[in-house]
Design a protein around this ligand. Structure first.
Ligand code: GLA
Length: 379
């Protein structure tokens, strides 16, 4: 769990934004609820490597340097993350790390970096993904510091199959998330429901678990048309998510046991966004020690049932209304991922705190693009 600068600030990020984000992670209570890693995405570096092939912080936007920034973030009780790319330049055209892995990993360790997001942009110099990502993975384990390794290869070469082998702790499964419910195939980025579908269709749940996580990209909860990342899209698209859609977004990322990297401007966070990002019942499902990626149990027209097994023979359940009209969605314990031998089950509503018991059937009225999410526990 953490926060990443890209979705809110895009290429405009400065060291002041990062320090403000560190302060706000503390002041808003997000740090204490688990959002621990503060990651600076693309554009923190100069356009060229220095004459020794080393990365240099952008002198205009990061004048104090990365080590000072990492110190500031650490003093707030947070971990500090940074970004580079397994090509000759980053996605925004800045200097990157292909061919300089050892030197750059040493710089990261010296600066106090705890997390590296490693992107897939730039010229690959004819090298395949596994060799490029393994080079940085080996460089990171060779340095004298624990650094979480986040492979950002967009799922193009099935990184769920080799991520662990190159030392990755998480790997992007899919293209870039945008502030949309869905996008057409000729548009940039993926909407929330597109990513939910790809996570299911790729049949990769069995690759997910402690130490190696499928990463469906960072959260767009709290973002809108003005958010930095949205500026990379065509100007004439509708880039709002409804509150229901944001709830669905967060619920599925929790059901998937996905990394939860908030991506909103914390200074502008309203109560609705804060309530979603800090829902402790949902986060407990996300952080369940089994780390299982929930899957779809059934779908009838726009009504879908998804679940994941939790530790202690409990399960997390989502009733998802994909349609445009309010619908009643029903399931039973026989359908979802929970043992069927109990006489009664306790059902706790993640979003309303309601709680009741049932001998097996579970039903909810769900608004358009919304979910009902429950923890189901055999009594
Ligand atoms: C790629 C990544 C994004 C972000 C941008 C930065 O598109 O997938 O998550 O890091 O690059 O340029």
């Amino acid at each position: 769990m953490g926060w990443n600068s890209w979705n809110a600030f895009s290429c405009g990020v400065t060291e002041d934004d990062v320090r403000d984000a560190a302060d706000l992670l503390v002041d808003t209570g997000l740090r204490d609820i688990g959002y621990e890693y503060l990651v600076v995405d693309d554009c923190w570096m100069e356009a060229e490597l220095d004459e020794d092939g080393r990365l240099e912080p952008n002198s205009e936007d990061f004048p104090s340097g990365i080590e000072a920034l990492a110190d500031y973030v650490h003093e707030k009780g947070l971990k500090f993350g940074i970004y580079s790319s397994a090509g000759d330049v980053t996605c925004q055209g800045y200097a990157a790390s292909l061919g300089h892995e050892r030197a750059h990993a040493e710089q990261f360790a010296d600066w106090g970096v705890d997390y590296l997001k490693y992107d897939n942009c730039g010229d690959h110099r004819g090298r395949d993904a596994i060799s490029r990502y393994a080079a940085m993975g080996q460089a990171l384990v060779a340095v004298d510091r624990d650094i979480v390794y986040s492979v950002c290869e967009w799922g193009q070469n099935q990184p769920w199959q080799w991520g662990r082998n190159v030392g990755a702790h998480l790997w992007r499964t899919t293209g870039d998330i945008v502030v949309r419910w869905s996008t057409d195939s000729d548009e940039f980025g993926l909407g929330i429901v597109d990513i939910i579908d790809q996570m299911n269709d790729r049949d990769i749940a069995h690759q997910n678990g402690p130490g190696g996580w499928n990463d469906p990209d960072m959260l767009q909860v709290g973002n809108g048309p003005e958010s930095g990342q949205a500026q990379h899209e065509e100007a004439d698209v509708d880039r709002e998510l409804t509150e229901a859609e944001e709830r669905t977004h967060f619920s599925f990322w929790c059901l998937f046991s996905a990394p939860l990297m908030a991506g909103n401007d914390l200074a502008e966070m309203d109560d609705a966004t804060r309530e979603i990002l800090t829902n402790e019942a949902a986060i407990a499902i996300n952080q369940d020690p089994l780390g299982i990626q929930g899957t779809r149990d059934g779908a009838v027209e726009n009504k879908e049932v998804w679940s994941k097994r939790l530790a202690g023979d409990e399960c997390a359940l989502i009733l998802f209304n994909r349609g445009e009209h309010t619908a009643e969605i029903a399931t039973t314990v026989e359908t979802v991922d929970v043992p069927v031998d109990a006489e009664r089950y306790r059902v706790s509503d993640v979003w309303s705190d309601d709680e009741w018991t049932t001998s097996g059937s579970i039903t909810a009225t769900v608004g358009p693009h919304d979910v009902a999410m429950f923890r189901v526990s055999p009594e």
